[in-house]
Write a protein that binds this ligand. Sequence first.
Ligand code: CTP
Ligand code: CA
Length: 229
Amino acid sequence: GAPSAAVRDLEGQRVVVSAGGTREALDPVRFLGNASSGRMGVALARAAALRGARVTLVGAHLDVPPPSSVRVVGVGSTEQLAEAMRVEAASADVVVMAAAVADWTPVERSGSKIKKSGEDELTVRLRQTTDVLAGLSATRARPGQVVVGFAAETIADPVERAEVGAAKLRRKGCDLLVVNDVSGGAVFGSADTAVTVLGADGSAVDHTGAKEAVAHHILDAVRRLRGAG
Ligand code: CTP
Ligand code: CA
């Protein structure tokens, strides 16, 4: 159906959205980061606020301004994002992990700028970060809380992409997984997107268009899970 932009069907609900990309420091001036603009998460936060929700946006290095209708908690690293989400999710009805979370963080962070040592190569040891989404899915701080994850896959074949997405949804334990195809690299920072919304019930629905419109479709799916009341 059409996006329910004009309907205040999330009135009284508390929605927490993470957006942007986390950065892991290598030294005081360098980091490992990613190309997420935060646009999809910001669109979701704005759409949820339009529909009457009280929205908190946990933002990591956003390239786009957050709407004034939402409360913003700024974070930098994955560890900071994990802690902010843990705190905010405790009182949330809906939790959305739209942030591109760094998978790896340096085992050691240099206190001073890393110098060219005379070697041609530099080896940096990395360890895996905390899986924030899996943790939030397992916790479910509130009864009936809906948890939504995102996945950016560079798999061009739609059938294979859906299979990988379904396996990821099960692994994460979330209710919905929004999968997009980033094989062309076109989605990052773009106004448009193409996604498949996978449900824990095995459903798969495609949506294409402006991120604002796709955000409303995702919230429609959330709304259905929250019940019609
Ligand atoms: N995510 C998270 N914590 C991490 C990594 C990812 O919460 N340390 C979340 C993302 O915010 C997203 C979902 O998990 O909602 C899927 O992220 P994705 O990168 O696709 O999955 P990974 O489990 O990191 O697997 P991989 O990158 O190897 O495909
Ligand atoms: Ca990842």
